[in-house]
Write a protein that binds this ligand. Sequence first.
Ligand SMILES: Cc1ncc(COP(=O)(O)O)c(C=O)c1O
Length: 486
Amino acid sequence: MKSLTSKVLRHLILWATRHYSNLNHQGQLPGWNASLPFEPGVTTVPYAGRVFQSDEVEAAVASTLDFWLTLGVEGEAFENEFEAFLGVKRTLITNSGSSANLLAISGLTSIKIPAAKRLRSGDEVITCAAGFPTTVAPILQNGLVPVFVDNNPFTGNIDIRGLEEAYSPGKTKAVMVAHALGNPFDLGEILTFCRKYDLWLIEDNCDALGCRYHLPDSHPLRAEGFPSSAYTGTWGDLSTQSFYPPHHLTMGEGGAVNIIRDMRLKVVVESFRDWGRDCWCASGKDNTCAKRFDWKLGELPEGYDHKYIYKHLGYNLKPLDPQAAIGREQLKRMPRFIEARKQNWEKLRRGLKGLERFFDFSLPTHAKSWSENGFEWDESGCRTDCSWFGFMMMVKPEAPFKRRDFAKYLDEKKIGNRMLFGGNLVRQPVFVDLRKENPNAFRVIGDLKGADRLMNEAIFVGVYPGLSDQMIDYMVDSIRKYVKQW
Ligand SMILES: Cc1ncc(COP(=O)(O)O)c(C=O)c1O
């Protein structure tokens, strides 16, 4: 029981925190607060950033005052709220999206997974060449072999035409790919492929929280029980999130593994996250299994403390409880965040209409073209609804300027911009060295021309909810001025 003095002090501290935040943090949210001045060419237009208010700061301080620190009530509440939001069986919070990816792959190597399905050293995992390195690194870190399929340069996603060639009977065990920059990959085709060969599907949903995928009623996956519409990150076996600041929801550092259907995967992923232990007690709790001193496992003596019995070579990849407290406040903002990202993308696309001579603009998966009336969709009947991470365009090879010149210009104009992360990862020093050391470390399907295009030509600017209309107009004007020279 807290004393009255403690209660009053806590109240005062939180009251002061809220006021402090209201006074000091608004300046970091130029687009969130329309009354703040925007000076074109002087004020930076970030490509992404934290969007928060005093609620998040108060939540962080309140949780810190409790000083439980390690995962506790806030972590548990966040996990419950996040899994309800997304529509998955279970969410396990982690300290980063990279850790989440590591855990998703590691979990599938568990001795608890039936032998035929277990990922074992030398097994292959299909992925795509262009993207973020830690979608792929855990495959190699677990002694597995990534098989790189090309990307579709217009969507940024895996080019499904490479899947059949990538499949190797008896060796391929899983597909692990990201929904690129808030654009769902072709779930209809990839899920069908995974089911045909009984492969795991891990969706790296780190850049795509809030995206939806739609299947037509006539799609065979519908007859297998898949929904007509659901968020990405809910279709495969496992999915992952990042809560690093540029992402749709932030807690500073952070991430999550989503257990989509099969709760047996929860036990193994959680074990790898929590030191590899067999025990599943939450931190600070004992004897959840009601037989803490009654287990007989391995060659340990009967009754050895279950808390210290290890089933896996695990890690400790948990975040802190105050991070989860921040995440809970952010989660409440998700509908608004998702809508803002969509609207900002649309504003940029409309503003840059007519510049197709210079740029190939990104398209949602299954869209054939964009016009002010909407997208024209392909004949598959599948649809995507993008919760964009960025606004991507490729500088056409025949354009009178190169992507590098354009990036430098945007920098001069203080317009934040990024390339598609690692570009074609196979061209990165780490993979070049790896192949020199061991030519069989990974396999490549085809010539990776699409991934090379992304590496050479792609650039993206921001759509994050912190952008104001003025900033978007400024981006559009600046880009238009740049190409006008030609
Ligand atoms: C697709 C993708 N996966 C994984 C990650 C890693 O997330 P984190 O930075 O939280 O480790 C990122 C990072 O931005 C990403 O873009």
